[in-house]
Design a protein around this ligand. Structure first.
Ligand code: GLY
Ligand code: MN
Ligand code: MN
Length: 439
């Protein structure tokens, strides 16, 4: 039995305990968790790529069986209602043969509607809106807020099974990053780098946890650039690649930036790498995550001063939002079944939320870290024409060394992103460990 399968029963026991609390919160007696359905495109008979609901893959690592469900009744073995239609147009999904399945009582469904025959009274449904005629199913409630709040809050703390999946996802991502970097240094187009990346993961594009960001030269300044240019320019100066992988439904989210020649950009990149590792080391239980974000602004401000890119004091750079011109996103987010795992602003199982500070609206995580939480740490420095033009026209104009910025515009930007676990022993950096193991 592989290690992941050995860890699965304890993972399932944790989910059952949380689901019991969610049922109390929703005054229900059973939880039906839908995998989601294939969605047909407008005026067409084609479907969008199917993505399993995170709630479903939390329980059952099945990524290819739309119309399936998990049914949890307190005190009973969970039931997997596995949708395997009779179909000669498409290949019906095969029931997994992995040992983790032993934890379930399995029922085959020929249509999702057949699940109705298995539902006890007062069943609470958690899933998307793809059920045909949900009112006729007689649910106690569909996605009730108190149940979702309970499930989402708990999900931030990963079980040992989930940590093992995330570790493997980082390993797979690191291997593919290595292949992509080699393609970049060989002069491949963004599209060709993307193909090398995919080949190294063994995943299809739809199986990636998010669309690859493969941004060369100026494109590095577009935070979520996904164009994949088919043509390589005459000269590469830089690559910013933000790409992940997925293992049993768990994501990695890794960014690396490369420079082709020595110079101010490469010097900035080297110092950013040190800065990023200092921030990663702060990921520990008891740390209020927004403090890492604030620390990132201070460190980035100092870096901008040290490299002659701004000419004001550090306090002024923070207070007048000069650092936000160069670092306009949050320091990171929860990671797990979704690349931006849900519940980042939640403060308790009842659903109290804490929005990000006004000056940092894009910060996705305002929780205090606990052992087993997995977060990304992804500081960046970008040369974004839109934000620079704005700063040139406002109070920040005199704080910036415009000549130096001009020289860096052709490099786009820098982001370095790792996936880090808060443990009682300190920060456990899954991404760095994965790259080191490859070296
Ligand atoms: N890849 C998206 C992000 O870093 O949040
Ligand atoms: Mn990220
Ligand atoms: Mn990323």
């Amino acid at each position: 039995m592989v290690a992941l399968d050995r860890l699965f029963p304890a993972h399932l026991a944790t989910l059952q305990a949380t689901a019991d609390r969610a049922l109390v919160a929703a005054d229900g007696e059973a939880l039906l968790i839908g995998a989601g359905q294939l969605r047909t495109q407008f005026l067409d008979d084609r479907t969008d790529p199917y993505v399993a609901s995170p709630h479903f893959k939390h329980w059952a690592p099945i990524l290819d069986a739309p119309g399936s469900f998990v049914l949890h009744c307190p005190g009973q073995r969970p039931r997997l209602l596995f949708h395997q239609p009779k179909d000669y147009w498409h290949k019906p999904p095969s029931l997994p043969t992995a040992p983790w399945l032993d934890a379930f009582e399995v029922v085959l469904l020929r249509s999702p509607q057949e699940a109705r025959a298995h539902l006890p009274a007062h069943t609470v449904y958690i899933g998307d809106d793809s059920l045909k005629d949900p009112l006729s199913w007689g649910f106690k409630a569909c996605n009730p807020g108190p149940a979702l709040a309970c499930l989402h809050y708990a999900r931030a703390v990963k079980t040992p099974y989930e940590l093992a999946c995330l570790r493997e996802a980082s390993t797979l991502g690191a291997r593919a990053h290595q292949a992509a970097a080699a393609a970049f240094h060989a002069g491949a187009s963004e599209y060709a780098i993307h193909l090398q990346y995919l080949a190294a993961t063994g995943l299809t594009e739809a199986e990636l946890p998010y669309s690859n960001i493969i941004a060369t030269n100026e494109a590095g300044a577009v935070l979520h650039y996904t164009e994949l240019s088919r043509v390589a320019p005459n000269q590469y100066r830089s690559l910013l690649i933000d790409a992940g992988a997925q293992v049993r439904g768990y994501a990695s989210d890794i960014t690396r930036t490369y420079a082709t020649t020595a110079g101010p950009f490469q010097a900035l990149l080297a110092d950013m790498d040190q800065l990023q590792q200092r921030l990663c080391a702060k990921v520990k239980p008891g740390i209020y995550y927004p403090d890492i974000h604030q620390q990132a602004h201070r460190e980035i401000g100092q870096l901008l001063i040290d490299h002659g890119l701004i000419r004001c004091s550090l306090d002024q750079a923070i207070d007048t939002e000069v650092t936000s011109v160069f670092f306009p996103h949050g320091i990171g987010h929860l990671l797990g079944l979704q690349v931006h795992d849900i519940g980042g602003h939640q403060q308790d199982e009842q659903g109290t939320t804490l929005p990000p500070p006004k000056a940092h609206p894009y910060l996705r995580l305002t929780r205090t870290l606990e052992p087993g939480m997995v977060v990304t740490i992804e500081p960046g420095i970008y040369f974004i024409p839109m934000l620079l033009e704005r700063a040139h026209q406002d109070h920040r104009r005199s704080s910036i060394h415009w000549d130096h910025i001009e020289a860096l515009l052709p490099f786009g930007g820098i982001r370095i992103e790792d996936d880090v676990v808060a443990t009682d022993q300190g920060a456990l950096n899954l991404s760095r460990a994965a790259f080191s193991a490859l070296a």
